[in-house]
Write a protein that binds this ligand. Sequence first.
Ligand code: ZN
Length: 281
Amino acid sequence: MRVIDRRRNILRHTWKKSPQRKISDIRGIIIHHSLTESGSADAFARYHVLTNGWSQMGYTFVINRDGLVERCADYSDVTPHVGDYNKHYIGICWVGDFRKQEPTAQQYEALPALITFIRKETGLSFPVTSILGHQELPAYSWKQCPALDMDSLRGNIQAGVTLPVRNNFNNDKKIAIISPKIVEKLGSLQNKVMWDDAELKKGQIGRITILKPINLWKRDEHYNINKARILQPGEVYRVYGYDDRHGGQYSVGSGYWITKMDGYVKYETPSKAKMEALKKL
Ligand SMILES: [Zn+2]
């Protein structure tokens, strides 16, 4: 993890000071996205301090698109990011708008490294159950922040896995904000092929939906497998390949595999038209 210390040279309010807390007041970590497709700690500091008039920028750490971590506040600073919960939570912000973008591979790698870093520095254990999305706090469920499937993200952090999780995710999937037809149109405007509510990626041959708890395996260079974590019903992964080893397994990228087991997983392939559209990009 690359981290730079911005605590002494980031914009702060000229006279307003943030309240202070003891390390023992901290209960957990809140994950945000910036809701902007690009940005940096400096950009957020200007907005939070000059436009909003806050004492300082809202996040203790910012994870840039290239994975660089900017450290912007002391743990003792009660920064404004989650209203009444500020005193008890450290804020980490991923740069991006995860309603329409995905975190980069570098951002996925930086997050667990940063959490390990915070655990070491504070001496607090921060079990994964204390790592929450902004949208998971009571009274914030209407928010799409960070618009990621937090259960899968926590599972990955627990297992030390850096696989992507679903984006454009609501706590309550029953709230349909945009119809699938419009999502498809928006996708083609952005030079993307959409398959239902997710982007069809180059090299992707299908998708797998978990029906019953099943192992996620990591293969080493000799094709031996090690258990990475247990996947939970409802999780969806892009599939990039299939081979007959270990009874038949689907490749879900980054060296991770899921075994083909009837009743445990559902495998689907996109239409020929979608595969053709993907080729043309
Ligand atoms: Zn947020």
